[in-house]
Design a protein around this ligand. Sequence first.
Ligand SMILES: C[S@@+](CC[C@H](N)C(=O)[O-])C[C@H]1O[C@@H](n2cnc3c(N)ncnc32)[C@H](O)[C@@H]1O
Length: 128
Amino acid sequence: MGSRMLHGEEAYSIAIMLLEFLDKRASGATIQIFGTDISAPAVDCARAGTYSETAVANVSPERLRRFFVKVGASYQIGKQVRDRCVFARHDLGKDPPFSKLDLISCRNVLIYMSGELRSGCFPSSTML
Ligand SMILES: C[S@@+](CC[C@H](N)C(=O)[O-])C[C@H]1O[C@@H](n2cnc3c(N)ncnc32)[C@H](O)[C@@H]1O
């Protein structure tokens, strides 16, 4: 989705790409995405999964048709994607880490943190 910060778009975008990827393979794999943020309003906004016409301007017509539902003047993320995304409040610096994760994506998050907090979040060997 667009580059303006809209909560949930990182998780939903990854879910959409994985669903498309799995579509082409008969792997039977299922996916579960945890979208977390320290901010409760950000988590609520992500759960709502509703984006303006401007926000989805760069989403292809095919993806809009397949993965979104038009609600009035907005687009809401559809059930197929929503069912695979769980959102929760989580402070990267204080709360216990999640386990059994295959991929961690944190776009534009670590850049706001001090070096100490950043290296506390991830051992340096796991950073790409
Ligand atoms: C620039 S936004 C990026 C949001 C999303 N990753 C994206 O790319 O659209 C940075 C987010 O980091 C969250 N954040 C800041 N400190 C955090 C922390 N210690 N733990 C978890 N989230 C944090 C903020 O609440 C904010 O929503």
